[in-house]
Design a protein around this ligand. Sequence first.
Ligand SMILES: *Cc1c(COP(=O)(O)O)cnc(C)c1O
Length: 458
Amino acid sequence: MSDRTTSESTKYLLPEEHLPKAWYNLAADLPGPMPPPRHPLTGQPMGPDDLAPMFPKGVLEQEASTERYIDIPAPVREVYRLWRPSPLIRARRLEKALDTPARIFFKYEGVSPAGSHKPNSAVAQAFYNQQDGIKRLTTETGAGQWGCSLAFAGNLFGLSVEVYMVRISYNQKPYRRALMETYGATCIPSPSPNTAAGRAILEATPESNGSLGIAISEAVELALSRDDTKYALGSVLNHVCLHQTVIGEEAMLQMEMADADPDIVIGCVGGGSNFAGLSFPYMREKLKGKKVRCIGVEPTSCPTLTKGSMAYDFGDTGKLTPLMKMHTLGSNFMPPGTHSGGLRYHGMAPMVSQAMEHGLMEARSYQQTECFAAAVEFARLEGIVPAPESSHAIKAVRDEALRCKAEGKAETILFNLSGHGHFDMQAYMDYFAGKMTDTPFDDAALQASLDTLPKVAV
Ligand SMILES: *Cc1c(COP(=O)(O)O)cnc(C)c1O
């Protein structure tokens, strides 16, 4: 496979015929079973039938599946071909600037139509909804990446899409809304007066910045109220992690082309899906004895893996979703309004949480200004302006590369550049103007939130 590349290559491109034919399901290989979701009112385990009002059949089967490989349907692969396989790139200039013996590779997901990894799941979810005869999808979006991705995918499969966008991001990122509308979707700032969940928040805090938890409550409430409408979630759930593994499966083939094998795999973690997508195929090999470290990187302001508890919790603020066993800050936790909207979520994918419990990965956190410094350095060397979320991965890569230098180790680092930052330039402007600050973490607020975790007898 390496006949078209040389040791001098910078870019490793897979021909279209190497687009993976199956997603990889880590649940098949985890040392223990995935804890089932539980009913939000009774705390009893829930099966696929209980979730049928929210999700289509294909998605529900995947959510509970323990099959190791699940075929990517032909119509989904057909759409993936618009931008996949995505490139693997060696960050040679960054290596040189850091004067590190480490080799740094990144998988670039910013080449998708929406500019991030999120269409990998949006396209699959739109397909399964169309298969079930669904006409309308509701969803939430933080920074706007997921809303744009579902708007794009829904339109291709003939679905109308209604997106509840966290208010602070709606105000910060007007072009995200414009992109959703360009793809034919409707975008509403959350909390909104359209739902009981939104009205309750607005009554208590009219100036609410909103949060992903609130926006999820609104989208779920609307999906449950109509038979032709279902809900789509852009991260956290098992099926979303599954769809994203197309990233890691491609990366493995491309690393082979580069004659390289990662010692370290790094991704930023919000709900956990892009990290899962790159790292789960490597965890499969790790479970078979391969030596590889997987590192999830989160913001210090929303430290789900580094400070959260492993517990059953709601996925939303309105306590409408099933309870999931995950690392969580508590569904009442309100993270400060940072520029990485996509990382402002109180919970973590149950599968990523299990990977953490089983010692398959590590986690660390950084402040946003140090991440932006790393992102600006990266842009000036490698040309790509990273999404604020992705900058967290880059900061960790930088630290690992400098550790390699200090220790004289020529390790190979692979990270996921989950998206570009072209719609996030206000954040860069704030950073250059010295207006970006690091909010000290409020441990008392976290404790108060954790004290209200639902009590679930397991
Ligand atoms: C949404 C988003 C994230 C965070 O979501 P995960 O599910 O943790 O991947 C990270 N990067 C980008 C560019 C995003 O849009």
